[in-house]
Design a protein around this ligand. Structure first.
Ligand code: UDP
Length: 250
């Protein structure tokens, strides 16, 4: 897969179909694929947190969740093919279960939410089996028993929604002892699947305005969301004055 370097983070330049093909291919492979879907906020966090940047760069699949990341790639003059958001990829994998049953474990969100997401998934996609769930508010001492629960379930895909960058760090740290085929950081998608949060309406998503919808719904995110304009500004600056490593594509 072609990589596109966006401020030192090497994104996979894939379409949604190619991302789905990759995930499906991993179902018959060995080891847990690490899949992250950074948006502009996380890309900006990675500029301040070198550990996070390294973790993103060690992903098996790194896709752009958000119009801001795609816009940045265009500003830098090496455009990503398209936005491939985490929730859309999860939905495509769920639709794919019509061709081949797939099992899941859902880790994250407030107590009770992952169970609701599991119910909704299994009633809508009968060949998607959610083999277990666990909420996302646990202590470090509970981690071993949660890993055992995930491994004992035999689930093929682990959806991890602990918020960023917690979920990326959790997956990176634990992937070597996970028996699943793919572990994917999904942010607030568990809430969307459970029906406790909603996605932006289609017209806003098409216009790249998910961030505005989120800001209206959760005004407390305002400070954090300032990273979005910062990220775009940084992209314009780097286009005008590229750093040596920014010129490389991989
Ligand atoms: N979350 C969690 N454990 C935590 C913090 C957050 O399970 O310790 C869940 C939260 O309930 C939500 C999801 O992670 O379902 C995304 O949270 P948030 O909106 O804060 O993260 P972001 O969208 O910024 O990644």
């Amino acid at each position: 897969m072609e990589k596109i370097n966006i401020h030192g983070v090497k994104m996979d330049n894939v379409t949604m179909d190619e991302a789905l093909e990759y995930v499906v291919g991993r179902l018959d492979g060995a080891g847990a694929a690490k899949i992250y879907t950074p948006n502009s906020e996380i890309m900006m966090q990675a500029q301040r947190d070198s550990e996070l940047k390294e973790i993103l760069n060690q992903a098996d699949l790194l896709i752009a969740d958000g119009a801001g990341v795609v816009l940045a790639s265009r500003i830098l003059g090496r455009p990503l093919k398209e936005k491939v958001s985490g929730i859309d990829l999860v939905k495509r994998v769920l639709e794919y279960t019509e061709k081949r049953p797939v099992s899941f474990f859902i880790l994250g969100a407030k107590p009770g939410v992952a169970e609701m997401a599991a119910q909704n998934i299994m009633s809508r996609y009968p060949l998607a089996e959610v083999k277990g769930t666990h909420h996302g508010y646990f202590d470090a001492e509970e981690e071993d028993s949660i890993i055992d629960k995930i491994n004992d379930s035999g689930a093929e895909i682990l959806l991890v929604g602990l918020g960023a960058p917690k979920q990326e760090k959790w997956i990176h740290r634990n992937a070597p002892r996970l028996n699943c085929k793919a572990a994917m950081g999904v942010g607030g998608s568990i809430d969307v699947l459970a029906g406790t949060a909603s996605l932006a309406p289609e017209f806003m998503r098409r216009a790249g305005l998910e961030w505005l919808f989120r800001l209206i719904k959760e005004p407390r995110r305002f400070r954090r969301m300032l990273d979005l304009p910062r990220f775009i500004l940084l992209s314009v600056k780097r286009r005008l004055h590229p750093e040596p490593d920014e010129k490389s594509f991989s």
